[in-house]
Design a protein. Structure first.
Length: 316
């Protein structure tokens, strides 16, 4: 049985200095797109003789489905994708994220915000800015004070208001993606001051993932290309908090028949792992999407044998 832990201090040092992770949200079972991310990150870790950790990103509790975590773990194991160490659950780490928020507050990097999505949309409309469908709205600094100060610690616990990070001027982030090459983003003009804790008290993905990656000593982040736009924000937080920057590798997305990203929100079908035959079929489809070639396709090939061949074939 895999136990949840709330502290990461006793994790062993990674073999060869490499530590990767797979971090699904338990909003449903794994589908073809999430298996591609899992397989790619697992192969990269094994190819580099490193560790592969499993983190359950269950911060957004209203969206989590009961039983999904256990189902995801069972699907991974059915595909031979075993993880190292104990599973980490974000829902058990609120105190860690709160301490990071208080640290940023001490650096005078935070301010409270009471804007609703409609308020932000109206403010942008007055500026003549229209946000395309399915894209985030750039926050227009409506609630940002003229002078930033450290807020009283008890005020950080108040609900009905969000807490945003105050970006520095000319906040231009550049990084190299191991698959996509040089990347850059101007956070001021493309994102704006972003939320670290929501008005309902839930910490956001941006803060939690940065804190967890740092505490788990993650050296390589291999994930879907849909998360590429989050990377600059996470690097910015890493720099402020004094964390090391991991290497990034973003994988090609699996699209549906409409050209949209395959996701649980679009009712993507779960992968079939009812037996070894079907699990291997799902792995082969994921490997094809990742561009892996010349892998064994015989009926008598075991999952372990296939994964060994895929590991040798993996190229970053």
């Amino acid at each position: 049985m895999i136990l949840a832990v709330s502290t990461l201090k006793n994790l062993p040092s990674p073999t060869g200095g490499y530590r990767g992770r797979f971090a699904p949200s338990p909003t449903g079972p794994l589908h073809a797109g999430s298996l591609v991310a899992a397989l790619g990150s697992w192969l990269d870790a094994r190819k580099n003789r490193g560790e592969w950790l499993l983190r359950i990103e269950d911060l957004d509790t209203p969206r989590c489905i009961p039983g999904a975590t256990r189902q995801i773990q069972a699907q991974l194991l059915a595909c031979g994708l075993s993880w190292d160490g104990e599973v980490i659950y974000q829902s058990q780490r609120h105190d860690v994220y709160q301490r990071a928020l208080e640290r940023l507050n001490g650096l005078q990097c935070l301010y409270s915000c009471t804007c609703s999505r409609q308020t932000i949309a109206n403010a942008l409309a007055k500026l003549g800015i229209e946000t395309p469908r399915n894209q985030e709205m750039v926050y227009p600094s409506t609630c940002r004070p003229a002078h930033l100060i450290s807020n009283p610690t008890d005020s950080l616990g108040q609900l009905q208001q969000a807490w945003r990070i105050a970006l520095t001027q000319n906040c231009h982030i550049e990084f190299k993606d191991l698959a996509l090459g040089s990347q850059s983003q101007n956070l001021n003009t493309e994102v704006g001051d972003f939320v670290l804790r929501r008005s309902d008290g839930l910490f956001t993905y941006q803060l939690a993932v940065v804190v967890d990656d740092a505490e788990q000593n993650i050296t390589h982040i291999v994930r879907g290309k849909d998360l590429l736009s989050n990377t600059a924000r996470q690097i910015y937080l890493q720099e402020i908090l004094g964390y090391k920057r991991p290497e990034y590798l973003h994988l090609p997305l699996v699209l549906d028949e409409h050209g949209e990203k395959l996701s649980k929100q679009t009712l993507a079908t779960k992968i079939n792992t009812q037996d070894k035959k079907h699990s291997l079929m799902e792995l082969r489809k994921a490997a094809t999407h990742l561009g892996l070639q010349d892998l064994p396709d015989g009926e008598n090939v075991t999952i372990a044998e296939w994964l060994l061949a895929a590991t040798h074939a993996w190229r970053s």
